[in-house]
Design a protein around this ligand. Structure first.
Ligand code: NIG
Length: 424
């Protein structure tokens, strides 16, 4: 098995349990795994050497919330919004029409292009959702196509009730035949619990059916106004509630409470000890006992829809685990750039650079149940740099991660390795 030594890393942000930031560091990749991390001066020999020349290194981004299976775009809607119109969930129908009209080849080509764009920006682990098919045939097709391209697929049949269809009848379809059709391709289920989308009662039905089908749960909640999404997510032990722009005190307390009995290492059985890193941890895709509901913030979406940012600082201070994700989709957030999300989280949401980096790496992995060990699928932990974890990392064309916020808008990702393979 061939090995690569990446040495002379000026600053290495590990996103590990201790949030260690090493200076003058080196990493050895052996096959798909990290086999050594430490001071460059003590690094072992390897088959090939990559000199980072003082650049900063960090884990590849884990983008835990995207909607990449779509055709068409919504430029006119965006322009109207920039002129003062409000975002409406109903815009999803425009993309559904374009997506249904596209052939398999075209839809796959578009998805591959978006995944490649994300990878070139440093994303090494990618979730995507269905949700622009909205009938049995097209939801199943989206799920099948997604499963061939990305790491994790989420069923979002409950994205919008199609025009002319009775909401309760559609919810039954989502919970029955549509769920059966997508089930072979997906690990997760999600519901858009929001005014103009699904009521709390309908969301509850979807979450119940999908849990019974063995899927891990996620919720789009509290995006456009106060509502029951976050409370439902916590009640159902969802792995993540995403958006969280409009939270009440009770929502914050519920999220914090979901973590208060949890393992302070966030489920990493190594407890951050590099010597024990890579040990198998609690497997499972959904929030297991002792794990809380991650609050996933989507700052690019908030800018594009002119929503208030989520109370990220307050959530972190309350003990809630945060993730940052791109929410790439044609309606509310047409970007795959996780670096942009990190920049915005620092400049606008009160996170430190290391908190934002951790949320965009470890936080995303935690929300996908991929943060620790190797699970029954035999896949390695992602989102942090430790011995035994998957060798997913990026070097910035900058001496420190701080430059992500200090030099906003500059594409700083210089080199990317995914599962030990250099991309690009
Ligand atoms: O996460 N909120 C629901 N879904 C997407 C928007 C989808 C669309 O408008 O096409 C989101 O923002």
């Amino acid at each position: 098995m061939s090995s690569t030594l990446i040495t002379n890393i000026g600053e290495l942000s590990t996103s590990d349990a201790d949030q260690r930031v090493l200076t003058d560091a080196a990493v050895v990749l052996e096959g798909e795994r990290i086999s050594w991390i430490g001071p460059a001066a003590a690094a072992p020999a390897a088959d090939t050497v990559h000199d980072a020349e003082g650049r900063a290194g960090l884990p590849g981004w884990v983008d835990s919330h995207t909607h990449l299976v779509f055709a068409g775009d919504r430029t006119a809607e965006f322009e109207a919004r920039m002129a003062g119109a409000e975002y409406q969930a109903g815009g999803i129908a425009v993309t559904t029409e374009a997506t249904r009209a596209a052939g398999d080849y075209e839809l796959t080509r578009l998805l591959l292009g978006r995944a490649a764009e994300a990878a070139s920006g440093g994303t090494t682990y990618l979730e995507t959702k269905t949700g622009y098919g909205l009938d049995v045939e097209h939801e199943a097709r989206s799920a099948r196509i997604a499963a061939g391209v990305v790491d994790e697929v989420t069923y979002l049949g409950a994205h919008l009730v199609p025009a002319g269809v009775d909401a309760d009848a559609y919810t039954e379809l989502v919970c029955g035949p549509m769920l059966d059709a997508v089930r072979p391709y997906v690990q997760w289920a999600d519901v858009f619990c929001e005014r103009g989308a699904f009521t709390a009662e309908q969301s509850r039905a979807v979450l119940t059916a999908c849990r019974e089908a063995g899927l891990g749960l996620r919720v789009h909640g509290n995006q456009l106004g106060p509502g029951e999404g976050t409370a439902l997510a916590v009640e159902f032990g969802a792995a993540s509630v995403d958006h969280v722009n409009h939270l009440s005190d009770a929502d914050v307390d519920a999220l914090a409470g979901s973590w208060s009995s949890g393992d302070p290492s966030g489920g990493d059985p190594s407890g951050g000890d590099p010597a024990r890193a890579g040990e198998a941890g609690p497997a499972g895709r959904a929030a297991a006992p002792g794990r809380g509901t991650v609050a996933t913030c989507l700052p690019a979406c908030d800018l594009s829809t002119r929503q208030p940012f989520p109370p990220a600082r307050r959530l972190l201070d309350a003990g809630v685990q945060l993730a940052l994700a791109s929410n790439c989709n044609p309606g509310t957030s047409y970007t795959t750039s996780m670096a942009f999300c990190v920049t915005t989280a620092v400049l606008q949401m009160g996170l430190s650079v290391q908190e934002a980096v951790r949320a965009a790496t470890y936080g995303g992995a935690l929300s996908l149940g991929r943060e620790a060990g190797a699970d029954a699928d035999g896949r390695r932990a992602v989102g942090s740099l430790a011995v035994g974890h998957r060798a997913d990392l990026q070097l910035l064309n900058a001496p420190s991660a701080t430059h992500l916020a200090y030099r906003p808008g500059i594409p700083l990702t210089g080199a990317v390795w995914r599962a030990g393979v250099r991309l690009g």
